[in-house]
Design a protein around this ligand. Sequence first.
Ligand SMILES: [Zn+2]
Length: 260
Amino acid sequence: MFIAYFSPLFIWSTVFIFGLIIGSFLNCLIWRLHKKETLGGRSYCPHCRQTIAWHDNLPVLSFIFLRGRCRTCRAKISWQYPLVELATAILFLLTWQMNSVQPDFYLLLARDWLLIVTLIVVFVYDWRWQLIPLTVVWPLGIAIFILNLLLGFFWLDVLFFAVAAAGFFWLQYLITRRKGLGEGDIWLGAFLGLSFPGTADLLLIMVLSYSLGAIVGLTLISRQRKKWQSQIALGPFLALGAVITLIWGERLIAWYLGFF
Ligand SMILES: [Zn+2]
């Protein structure tokens, strides 16, 4: 393969920088989805609407140089910006490394990067606005489904897991009478089934996300930041559980099975 001609350090830094740029694009996408704007046009400060110069719009670096404030109006820039950029870069790098020994490297990488992109957008969007961005989940879910077929999964199997995972959330939606989780979570369930067509992976995602949700929920209640009745969106925890399963799932499942 052509990548064998480059030194590992060169490849890793290129992948990392590419991840930072995609992360920067995701921040922009999240904001414009929320504001229902198109992706065209220059970036601007949401506070003073001043157009941001390219040198103030560098992933992570500009946040550090500007000490987290807008150059014009000094309004605070959200930590979301550098964190999303770093998370994308780190996850791109981890999946690059993880897949680089596989024969289907490019297909696996394309699927995993699309998955990471969707999960990051879902995480931030649902955290901030308690809404699953379906305009992102639907098309990328279809793309991941196609990539999984190219990777050798049988289409009926993949669809079975999509329906099963969506059905799980649909049942919960009926039982809890539409409290605690929304219609978006049913679609997110279908997306996870298309992306992780296997019982072990899907169970691990559920266990991880419900445990993380419970820990965070109880912590917020004990600090009196939330009341028992108030709702915490499930989407961010599902996204987090799915990312952990993508990177460490195999090891976690092997570790768990080691007890028997
Ligand atoms: Zn500003």
